[in-house]
Design a protein around this ligand. Structure first.
Ligand code: TYC
Length: 98
């Protein structure tokens, strides 16, 4: 039998990946109903939670739709951008490190 060694890594490399906030930005033209639908469809929010987040964005200018690992956050941002483009609304979505 050959000798075996145990590979160790610093804890920072073995724990959860960095997380990213997906943000929705307010604008004056996107209908409230559309934002609620986006939150339900792409962020798996209940209608109640979707309305709460939409109103938060509407009042504060920005709000958190969800927090995800990088590639998932990127996918959500792209899905929102595509839906807004197709519906011809100026809804903006962005991501930032937590
Ligand atoms: N301010 C928009 C309106 O009054 C509603 C809205 C909410 C738009 C959230 C974008 O991310 C948004 N119709």
């Amino acid at each position: 039998m050959s000798d075996t060694t145990t590979q160790t890594r610093p804890q920072s490399q073995t724990r959860t990946p960095p997380m990213y906030r997906v943000l929705l930005l307010n604008d004056d033209y996107t209908p409230m109903d559309f934002v609620v639908e986006v939150l339900m469809q792409f962020f798996a929010k209940s209608e109640l939670e979707a309305v709460r987040i939409m109103l938060e964005v509407h009042q504060a200018g920005v709000g958190i739709a969800g927090v995800y690992a990088y590639e998932i956050a990127e996918t959500k941002v792209n899905q929102v951008a595509q839906a807004a483009l197709e519906a011809q609304y100026p809804l903006q979505c962005a991501m930032e490190p937590e």
